[in-house]
Design a binder for this molecule. Structure first.
Ligand code: HOZ
Length: 469
């Protein structure tokens, strides 16, 4: 019953969200903002509320991925209608400067004209072949020439699938079972990784998930991030049993946490000494910290790398890749099985190719670094001026901050952040037209479409909100 009423009310709501006046409203608002100062329309979320209430009857928690339900920041989740460049518009007509970027993929800005045009051309030829296509070769060559550790790549449909494949491959290649992951790092929702995980698991403060068989996690060992002593102890205690260490080379799923320089060097050495593989989960950092990802940025080459988000340019994609001798174990070249009907589909490949082409243009990463630096320094300075304990940082187009004096080197440190203050800040920023990730435990992302004006406007808004909370 509930679903029937939910569906019909959603259908009736569709008619207003697709009415033609949306475009003209947007055009007018840009012109007006540039030309004269107008009274801001009052911030209301009535339509978001109506749609989200219907959604709760249709989908668990009203969403298809937990963090976006705003549970940890409270208030009404926003239901969006359209995106372009650095901006998003919700169904109530509110406009936001966006620092989520679809959780990372929108690095050249939302709905880029060239990407869209290329997608339309590809679309005319069909959306899925379930068979090889030339576009797969093109994106594979781009990824292989960009990412130092990747000599061969397998495309999948999400970061979760990429990490799942990489772990199976590491186990197949080494003939060992155990894996070390770090507390607060998130490698998707495959059973083996749902141990002390970040992202939505941390955001919702869930214990390790019910439904995951003990057997699936009994070989998952954990250590605090940036803590090489614990890693050494794990290798001592499990000699010749550890297949791999997997880590986010810059953590984005417990907020933004950078590795101590000696930490990455040490994990590289210890894996080599013990015949284990090093897997960099670059689902967030890949093509974001540098064109070659965190491994290029830090000059550190893992054995396997997982990718997602940016390489799909906003369409569902993931990938794992690494040294040829390892990758040749993947079926059908080798015996390790992994497959996918939609893997390498032409639309996703097209969006990825054109997104990477834009990123290759000279100056892209300097620009990301500049605007993201201005943003984070602006927020931190405003926070300090307003008397808050606050710390944070950025690398290129990825940033984060915590309401604590820090330092934040691991998930335990991140948990010292005042999350109720974060929630108030988040709400205040929404009212000022700035969309931040609705969780203290997620990194922020900028794009090539963000302008200095966007940053200025955001910092002014932050100062206003930080003074008030
Ligand atoms: N796990 C994603 C961020 N780390 C959130 C995905 C979403 O809610 O869309």
């Amino acid at each position: 019953m509930a679903s029937v009423s939910g569906v019909s009310s959603s259908l009736s709501l569709l008619s207003f969200s697709s009415k033609p006046s949306r475009l003209s409203t947007r055009r007018v608002s840009t012109v007006v903002r540039n030309a004269i100062s107008v009274e801001k329309k009052p911030f209301t979320l009535e339509k978001s509320e109506e749609i989200f209430n219907a959604a709760k009857e249709l989908m668990p928690g009203g969403v298809n991925s937990p963090v976006r339900a705003f549970k940890s920041v409270g208030g009404q989740p926003i239901v969006f209608d359209s995106v372009k460049g650095s901006r998003m518009w919700d169904v109530d007509g509110n406009e936001y400067i966006d620092y989520v970027g679809s959780w990372g993929p929108a690095i050249i800005g939302h709905a880029d004209d060239k990407v869209n045009a290329a997608l339309i051309e590809t679309l005319k030829k069909g959306t899925s072949f379930g068979a090889p296509c030339l576009l797969e070769n093109v994106l594979a060559e781009m990824v292989i020439s960009a990412v130092p550790s990747i000599e061969m790549v397998r495309f999948v449909n999400s970061g979760t699938e990429a990490c799942m494949g990489a772990l199976r491959l590491a186990r197949a290649f080494t003939g060992r079972q155990k894996v070390i992951k770090f507390e607060g790092c998130y490698h998707g929702h495959a059973d083996s990784f749902l141990v002390k995980a970040g992202s939505g698991v941390a955001t919702l403060g869930l214990p390790d998930s019910p439904g995951v068989p003990k057997a699936a996690t009994s070989d998952t060992l954990t250590s605090p991030y940036n803590d090489i002593e614990t890693v050494k102890n794990l290798f001592d205690a499990h000699k010749d049993e550890i297949a791999a260490i997997i880590l986010e080379p810059v953590v984005g799923n417990s907020g933004f946490i950078t590795p101590k320089p000696e930490f990455l060097t040490a994990v590289r050495e210890i894996t080599k000494q013990n015949g284990a593989l090093l897997i960099f989960d670059e689902v967030m950092t890949g093509f974001r910290l540098a064109y070659g990802g965190a491994q290029e940025y830090f000059g550190m080459t893992p054995d396997l790398t997982t990718l997602g988000k940016i390489i799909g340019g906003g369409l569902p994609v993931g990938a794992y890749g690494g040294r040829r001798e390892i990758m040749e174990m993947v079926a059908p070249a080798g015996p390790m099985y992994q497959a996918g009907t939609l893997s390498g589909n032409p639309l996703a490949m097209t969006a990825g190719i054109h997104t990477l082409r834009r990123l290759m243009e000279p100056g892209s990463y300097d620009y990301l670094d500049k605007i993201t630096g201005e943003l984070i320094h602006g927020i931190l300075d405003a926070g300090k001026r307003s008397g808050h304990e606050i710390c944070g940082g950025h690398i290129r187009g990825m940033f984060g901050f915590f309401f604590t004096n820090g330092p934040v080197n691991n998930f335990e440190d991140a948990k010292k952040s005042d999350t109720s203050k974060f929630a108030k800040f988040h709400r205040g920023m929404l009212e000022e037209g700035v969309y931040l990730a609705p969780s203290q435990y997620e990194a922020g992302f900028t794009s090539l479409a963000h302008t200095s004006k966007d940053i200025e406007q955001t910092v002014v808004a932050a100062e206003k909100v930080l003074r008030r909370i």
